[in-house]
Design a protein around this ligand. Structure first.
Ligand code: HEC
Ligand code: HEC
Ligand code: HEC
Ligand code: HEC
Ligand code: HEC
Length: 189
């Protein structure tokens, strides 16, 4: 290869190659960020549902809607029928409730946008945390103050481990708590 050719690559092609590599990395990285570590992710939802109103002001228990959180791996999102326990009457003339009622009568589930997510290759179980007395707010922040739910804490491996290795100091409101596991197969099974 001639020196001229290498010169040419370095002067003209290399910046172009680097530019393409860097932008495509950046696009992939930021486009997939919400999936990886979506701190700050606050999507608009198909119905303008407010936790501040329902869980805060009206003090409806989290588990009235997130029924599986003590029993299973997933907390679960309530079906429209749970909303209709109240909204066949409450505010039924409001535009958002008319929309809600249409989902109900059509029998279509509301396409809520998922906010918190760990990748499929990692294992997380709500019941084993909630049954030890760990509060929702420790991991999800003050949801009862949120008009729109936002992810406030990262769920990276480092974040799981930093609580597991020091559970007592991360959970000062529990009088005694065992550390969580830090062996690989506990979370990658
Ligand atoms: C009246 C029913 C209701 C009550 C009560 C309620 N939620 Fe929710 N929750 C929902 C619905 C519906 C969604 C999906 C729409 C949204 O994100 O706002 C949701 C979403 C969430 C999410 C985000 C889920 C995701 O996609 O990652 C979290 C976290 C959450 N709720 C926690 C709580 C906590 C903590 C409480 C109690 C302080 C609570 N919720 C009380 C109905 C409820
Ligand atoms: C325990 C009863 C109850 C349940 C269950 C409930 N709501 Fe409500 N909701 C209310 C009441 C009462 C209001 C009106 C409160 C106010 O304006 O002071 C309200 C207000 C609303 C509003 C605002 C309406 C407006 O524009 O004024 C929306 C949207 C809403 N709810 C959606 C939902 C959704 C979605 C669910 C199910 C995930 C749900 N609600 C479950 C009682 C309930
Ligand atoms: C130790 C941390 C932790 C605690 C405590 C916790 N969560 Fe979660 N939550 C998570 C993680 C991590 C995810 C993502 C799970 C996944 O992708 O499988 C999540 C997801 C959710 C979701 C989305 C749907 C689902 O089931 O994955 C809801 C709703 C939710 N949490 C509600 C709650 C409620 C309500 C409580 C309290 C009763 C609570 N969480 C307690 C960490 C926690
Ligand atoms: C705020 C503290 C805290 C955070 C954050 C947390 N954990 Fe835990 N976790 C615990 C504690 C405490 C235990 C042990 C409970 C016991 O056995 O007494 C535990 C237990 C576990 C277990 C063993 C029980 C079971 O379900 O098999 C797994 C697996 C686990 N956690 C996964 C995770 C993953 C994955 C994350 C991150 C997405 C995470 N945890 C985040 C505190 C935490
Ligand atoms: C407490 C739970 C937990 C334990 C223990 C754990 N991991 Fe993870 N790991 C996770 C979670 C959650 C993710 C997803 C992180 C994300 O989305 O950024 C992950 C991601 C990974 C990844 C993907 C690359 C990355 O960093 O995102 C590898 C590789 C990995 N873990 C290997 C290991 C090995 C090896 C061990 C044992 C030394 C281990 N993990 C122990 C929870 C755990």
């Amino acid at each position: 290869m001639s020196n001229n050719f290498i010169d040419y690559i370095l002067r003209i092609r290399l910046p172009i190659i680097l530019f393409v590599a860097v932008t495509s990395f950046a696009i992939t990285y930021f486009a997939s960020r919400a999936e990886r570590d979506g701190v700050g992710y606050t999507p608009d939802q198909p119905i303008n549902f407010s936790h501040a109103l329902h869980a805060g002001q009206m003090k409806i228990d989290c588990q009235y809607c997130h029924t599986d959180v003590e029993k299973s791996r997933h907390a679960s999102i309530p079906a429209v029928s749970t909303c209709m326990n109240c909204h066949t009457i409450a505010r039924k003339d409001k535009p958002e409730i008319i929309k809600l009622t249409k989902y109900y009568t059509d029998g279509t589930p509301i396409p809520w946008k998922r906010i918190h997510k760990v990748p499929d290759y990692a294992y997380f179980n709500h019941s084993s945390h909630v049954n030890k007395g760990i509060e929702c707010q420790t991991c999800h922040g003050p949801v009862e103050e949120m008009e729109k739910v936002s992810q406030v804490k990262p769920f990276t491996m480092g974040d799981c481990l930093s609580c597991h290795r020091n559970a007592q100091s991360n959970l000062p409101y529990l009088t005694s708590v065992k550390n969580g596991p830090d062996n690989c197969w506990a979370c990658h099974r």
